[in-house]
Design a protein around this ligand. Sequence first.
Ligand code: DON
Length: 314
Amino acid sequence: MIQPPAPVWPADSFQPVLDRIAIEIAVRAERGAPADYIPALACADPHRFGMAVAELDGTVYGVGDWQTPFSAQSLTKTFTLALVLAQEGEALWRYVGREPSGNPFNSLVQLEYEDGIPRNPFINAGALVVTDHLHSLTGDAIGTLLEFLRAESGNPDLGFNPSVAASETANGDRNAALAHFMASYGNVANPVPVLLDQYFRQCSVEATCAELALATGFLARHGIRADASSLLTRSQAKQVNAIMLTCGTYDAAGDFAYRVGLPGKSGVGGGIIAVVPGRCTLCVWSPGLDARGNSVAGVAALDPFTTLTGLSVF
Ligand code: DON
């Protein structure tokens, strides 16, 4: 009879593997460059590196700059998607798809061919639709997001950075074009300036690796929040994890699945969150990005994490 393989990562602490990864990252020369299309992010130091792992019970292990707040940017698209799915369910998919786009995160080209319906909730166009729905459902998209992140992370002061939001607004022509274009197809309910204001504040949320790993915990607990209440059904948590795996790192999602093998979501602030369903969540931060907008050191750290621990969805 074939025996099942031994359980992976039997050690009772993730600290040794994090320490080993931090040493490997420290000697890496290649770091990428911080996002420069949002001036407030351009001055970030690409040598900053932090990584945190949160277990299902809220125990957190960390290394490097894991307690330094950074700009969460598109990581927040994961949380707004979950908050809308929780209330709206399957009806959301009439307004946004769930297929990888194979295009850059801020691309306009598919939108016209596909009648103003964005490919998925993680490209900017899709995230704008999700934030539009969250604002319609709650009357306060950014307030709802912050309330959720504060509760899950345990930090009542977690907030957004108004000067980053102002910088995004001042340099937001591409997002404004996406929102107006979708509005012309009837796929935006709120006035575009209201939607953009909500979206830019959402992108400007600042949090640490520890806080973001904790806030992602519901996806490893099959939809259950830190206080044991349910945000998503088990099936909906599976759906969000699946969309992270296939669309969370944009046109690099295939390479991320190959190297890391986990549902993950990146942001141009240099953060990446990742989920080991039923086991733990991770957040890694380093501001230097590759050409597709994913943190170079972040992916380089998640890759050995899954190799060393054997924790992956595959
Ligand atoms: O809207 C934007 O372009 C940025 N505020 C967020 C983009 C982002 O993080 C995409 N991630 N890789």
